[in-house]
Structure formats: C-alpha cells, structure tokens
Design a protein around this ligand. Structure first.
Ligand SMILES: CC(C)(COP(=O)(O)OP(=O)(O)OC[C@H]1O[C@@H](n2cnc3c(N)ncnc32)[C@H](O)[C@@H]1OP(=O)(O)O)[C@@H](O)C(=O)NCCC(=O)NCCS
Length: 144
C-alpha cells in the first residue's frame, strides 16, 4: 500500500526491467509478456520511463517517435501506460507523463498521440485532464 512521504523516482526503462514490467502489466489486465517488453525496449526509437519507489517499479510509461499513418512529420505515440493499483491518486501518472512527453520532445516530436478504448474510465479522463484531445483520425480494424 502506498504511504505518504515515500520518495518517488523516475528513470529510463531498460530491457532488464522486462520481467517486472510484464508482472505489473498483468496485474493491470494487460497482456504484454516479458519477451514483448524486451523487444519493444530494444527498439532504437522506443522511449520508456519507470516510476520507482524503494527500488520497485510502481508505474510505467512507454511509446515511440515514428513516422507513418500519412502524418506530415514523425510523431510520438504513447503505447503503454499504467500505475500499480495501490499507487494511484498520488501524482505518479502525472509525473510519468511529464517525463515521457519531455523525452518525446527531446527525440524530436512536436505532437503526441495515443489510442485508448473509447469507454475506458481511467486513461481517457487522465489523458484529457493532461491536455490530450480527440484527433481527426479514425481507428479501424477487423479480425484476421
Ligand atoms: C490513469 C492512470 C494512469 C492515472 O494514474 P494516477 O497516478 O492515479 O494519476 P495521478 O494521481 O497522477 O492523477 C493525475 C491527474 O489525473 C486525474 N485522474 C487520474 N485518474 C483519473 C480518473 N480515473 N478519472 C478522472 N481523473 C483522473 C487526477 O485527478 C489528476 O488530476 P489533477 O492533476 O487535476 O489533480 C492510472 O489510473 C492507471 O494506470 N490506469 C490503468 C491503465 C491501464 O489499464 N494500463 C494498462 C494498459 S496500457
């Protein structure tokens, strides 16, 4: 359980964090495996930030700067974002997002996107509160 006054630190994620990230993601209902995290964090354009308390990862934020989608310039994409249940509501998400956006800017991005389930009641209000807005893009898909 979170306790007030405990020092929160942030640092870059590395492939060595993959087992802890997979365990935390699983607790949040996400399916990324350790192998997938290693692959993702080994990509040259990947940006990943950890929120750490007493040496343990309590939150992660990850994405990349990439071109494509017919956009006029490379843009940042937030692909994974989660805070351990017992650490929510303490500003960890705000701190992580600030660090992630700063890293994206440093990597040359001038705009950030993310894709969130329309009815998600946690990430949608969080990102809106942080200033992200609906984009004029359609998210399309089908079964394969
Ligand atoms: C959304 C989430 C990242 C917020 O993290 P958090 O550390 O609790 O957020 P913070 O305490 O930093 O809150 C920052 C701001 O967002 C707001 N906020 C956070 N969660 C919110 C929610 N569910 N509804 C409305 N506002 C919310 C806070 O009120 C706060 O606003 P303020 O700056 O005006 O005070 C966290 O709830 C989470 O991890 N959700 C699950 C995500 C998930 O499923 N990830 C796996 C798939 S990628």
């Amino acid at each position: 359980m979170a306790t007030t006054g405990t020092a929160l630190e942030t640092r870059r994620l590395t492939p060595a964090d993959a087992p802890d990230l997979a365990a935390l993601a699983a607790r949040l209902g996400s399916s990324e495996t350790s192998v997938q995290w290693v692959r993702f964090l080994s990509r040259p354009d990947a940006v990943g930030i950890a929120a750490v308390v007493d040496g343990a990862i309590v939150g992660y934020a990850a994405g990349e700067v990439r071109g494509g989608f017919g956009l006029p310039a490379p843009a940042a994409w937030i692909e994974a974002f989660g805070i351990d249940l017992s650490w929510r509501g303490h500003g960890v998400g705000r701190t992580l997002l600030g660090d992630l956006l700063g890293s994206f800017r440093t990597a040359g991005a001038a705009h950030v996107y993310t894709v969130v389930p329309v009815h998600d009641r946690s990430l949608v209000p969080f990102f809106r509160q942080a200033g992200l807005r609906d984009e004029p893009l359609a998210c399309l898909g089908c079964d394969l």
